[in-house]
Ligand binder design. Sequence first.
Ligand code: ADP
Ligand code: MG
Ligand code: ZN
Length: 475
Amino acid sequence: MFEVVIGLEVHTQLNTKTKIFCSCPTSFGEKPNTNVCPVCLGLPGALPVLNKEAVKKSIAFGTAINATINKRSIFNRKNYFYPDLPKAYQISQFEIPIVEKGEVYIDLKDGSTKKIGVTRAHLEEDAGKNVHEANFSGVDLNRAGTPLLEIVSEPDLRSSDEAVSYLKKIHAILRYLNISDANMQEGSFRCDANVSIRPKGDTKLYTRVEIKNLNSFRFIQKAIDYEVERQSEAWTDGVYDKEVVQETRLFNIESGETRSMRNKEDSAEYRYFPDPDLLPVIIDDKMMEECVKIPELPDEKKARYIKEFNIKPYDAGVITNSVELAKYFEEMIEFGAGAKNSVNWLSVELLGRLEGGVGIENSPVKADKLAALVKRIEDGTISGKAAKEILDFLMQNDEDVDSAIERLGLKQVSDDSAIAVIIDEVLSENQDKVEQIKAGKDKLFGFFVGQAIKKSKGAANPAKVNELLKAKLGV
Ligand code: ADP
Ligand code: MG
Ligand code: ZN
């Protein structure tokens, strides 16, 4: 009965070495107020100088999402008062952002793709951080002046699933371009979700609420789902106009609810005006040329994997979603492992064994080793089941694959004569069933295979067992 309408604002810190308007380092986790200078402290008379790298990284992003890059953009002052903003204004972009009208493609559950419009992406400075201790509060300005790219989507998203797919795609693009760490735990990738509902079929936009500062994919999903539920109930109960007002809400992690924080400011309240301390940003042809050379992006990589390695679109999507996973996969292929097995052993077996929070880049088993393991399955040395046991062992022990196979005694028996001996034993122990299968009871074949493998303690190569059994029984 209702349609969900969502538009997202992503704030991502660009990974420049220094801040956007001064030469202070952007390093995370330093002692409070050590990465500061007169500019980012907002001392009177200090003048900002734009960091060219931040501009270049924004152009790369705009190029990647097929957007318009404005050759001339300007910086504005966005006025508001908050303790973590020492100048009492934030330098941002307003009427002319550096990037406009882009597009991002997301995968839907039914396998199709959907285009999501990106309204704009503009450069701005991050604020500091208020720190609340037991009996006092402080302000840490190390983060003040860190370059942010704010990426604003069109209200094109229709469910929390679509919102999460969109965010994951933006996240992947930033990481592929190496323009942001996009580390959600450290707050370098944050999202505000604008959520409204409307009767199905209606095209106008209804009142939206903005849920602030969501920093995990799971919370974003929960916050949106809660908000949609709240608005739908208000509508059904006839109290929509009273309960759903344009406002900023906060998501409470413990209760899973959103709470009203404040009424939403209109942009007029920020009294934007061009910053007189900064010249317009002019992007010349030379700079454009330097920035438009971008690496293979997630969508292209996915298409190439499907075509080149003949893997399922879903799997290709999972692997290309992360630049590190894609790199790991490509290394496995280079080391000679087959594509399909590599996908499975990487995305199911290895990822499943990494403890929560450990990224593939910190896996104790590197691509060369996992590839070696896969190759031993492929050449029949070990069974898939044994390989799982070996991988468990390798996660804990730094040993090469072949010696681990020896140590654990998991070499698969493919040797015809050894298997033939086992089969003969099984047949002589089950004379009655041999008669039955010869008399046409084909179903018994599986029984013999099972018995032979069991007798070998799982070491016999099943393909070989099948082959030899068929020959012996003449079936
Ligand atoms: P502000 O900075 O005031 O939040 P912006 O225009 O920068 O305004 O961002 C608005 C965001 O809200 C965009 O992502 C837009 O797609 C989204 N949005 C606007 N109207 C609605 C609506 N009715 N329902 C859901 N999202 C909306
Ligand atoms: Mg907003
Ligand atoms: Zn500074």
